[in-house]
Design a protein around this ligand. Structure first.
Ligand code: NAP
Length: 284
């Protein structure tokens, strides 16, 4: 129950009304009987500085940051964790007695859930990643740090893919390809990751690559979790490929933020249960 000793955390973004983070975090706090509460705050672009300062002024323990403010919050923080610095975006802020520290748990959340769910060995792997946006950058940077051998970046806008490739190239071998060469890129890969929004609600009939690309020995991962099973994941399943949906990343990026705020292991199973329950009921 919220009371005078409740520690506040929350979400800064725009829009935020659709977010499952308040549901997931509040269920976890309640489950572990922690005196925390999580609220969603819709922040206008010209109010980012004031919003970050409010974390300190109100004595909040921290916030998650989502689109479109993950980069915009950075100049107003006191310190940025090295991984978030390399990714160039912050999705979690922690207030350590007035010092605001920025972290990025997106990439680590993705890798933690991918490894747990598929038992994949990342070292020396060749990967094809569809997309070159913010999520792609966090995922690719974390995969590069995990020791993968090569990342093929397939993107609609080649300029954006080139920018990501030049950022990654000191860490890992990278190749940029257009969608017309996706088939060849996937053929030399053991893992395919969709980080584009192709196939997301309400465009659930869309597929980012032809289903012929999906082989039994390919691991197929989709960052999208609404729907829970995208057409890409359905096709991968039909072809006998190991598959991994975006819900694990969502839960684990939240769990890592929870752990930073509370200093306690997150009740990941409880968080998964509440999110799946909501998504299976057709919530979006
Ligand atoms: P973003 O920065 O806007 O990037 C979007 C990416 O999708 C870009 O590569 C864009 O290509 C591509 N794209 C969008 N529409 C396309 C289309 N019709 N055809 C071809 N390419 C298209 O967004 P983001 O933050 O990276 O998010 C990307 C996806 O990841 C979303 O579906 C989001 O829901 C998901 N995500 C999931 C989690 C999770 O926890 N599971 C976390 C973050 C994001 P261009 O560069 O050519 O525009």
């Amino acid at each position: 129950m919220i009371g005078s000793k409740t520690t506040m955390v929350g979400l800064f973004g725009r829009p935020v009304a659709h977010s499952l983070s308040p549901l997931m975090h509040n269920a976890a706090f309640e489950y572990q009987q922690l005196p925390f509460a999580y609220a969603a705050f819709e922040i206008q672009n010209d109010q980012v500085k004031e919003a970050v300062e409010a974390i300190r002024a109100l004595g909040m323990r921290g916030v998650n940051v989502t689109i479109p403010h993950k980069v915009a919050v950075m100049p107003y923080l006191d310190r940025i964790d090295p991984l978030a610095e390399r990714i160039g975006a912050v999705n979690t802020i922690v207030n350590e007695q007035g010092e605001l520290i920025g972290y990025n748990t997106d990439g680590a959340g993705f890798v933690r859930s991918l490894v747990e769910e598929t038992e994949i060995e990342l070292r020396d792997l060749t990967i094809t990643m569809l997309g070159a946006g913010g999520a792609a950058r966090a995922v690719a940077c974390t995969l590069a740090e995990a020791g993968v051998q090569k990342i093929n970046i397939v993107n609609r806008s080649l300029g954006r893919a080139e920018t990501l490739a030049s950022f990654l190239s000191p860490m890992v071998a990278v190749e940029v390809l257009p969608f017309t060469q996706a088939k060849e890129a996937v053929a030399e890969s053991s893992l395919l990751i969709n980080t584009t929004s192709i196939g997301m609600f309400p465009h659930m009939e869309e597929m980012p690559v032809e289903s012929e690309c999906l082989r039994q020995d390919l691991i197929v991962s989709d960052l999208i979790y609404n729907p829970l099973e995208t057409k890409l994941i359905q096709q991968a399943k039909e072809r006998g490929a190991v598959h991994h949906s975006g819900v694990g990343m969502f839960i684990n990026q939240g769990a890592l933020a929870y752990e930073l705020w509370t200093g306690q292991a997150a009740p990941v199973n409880k968080m998964r249960e509440i999110v799946l329950q909501h998504l299976q009921q057709g919530g979006n």
